[in-house]
Design a protein around this ligand. Structure first.
Ligand code: SF4
Ligand code: SF4
Length: 74
């Protein structure tokens, strides 16, 4: 059985656009959005879900508990 990422969610209400999740991800799964939100933040977006190794580092390092990685086994 292999653990894989089913979905990575960023809570747009909690996220402050600090980009810590982007910088700590060892597999370049996330990147900064090209679009600014209505608070002036560039939220992270998922660009390569397939490369996620479900290490959960992004969740652990997010200061605002704004990102969550849902996993499954196959
Ligand atoms: S670390 Fe958390 S608050 Fe910072 S950009 Fe990522 S999801 Fe948003
Ligand atoms: S769980 Fe790990 S590999 Fe997946 S996005 Fe977060 S830091 Fe990157």
């Amino acid at each position: 059985m292999t653990r894989k990422a089913k979905q990575i969610s960023i809570d747009a209400k909690l996220c402050k656009g600090c980009h810590i999740c982007i910088s700590v991800c060892p597999h370049d799964v996330l990147k900064k959005s090209d679009d600014v939100d209505d608070r002036g933040y560039f939220l992270p977006v998922v660009v390569d879900l397939e490369s996620c190794k479900v290490c959960h580092i992004c969740e652990m390092e997010c200061p605002d508990f704004a990102i969550s990685v849902e996993e499954y086994e196959e």
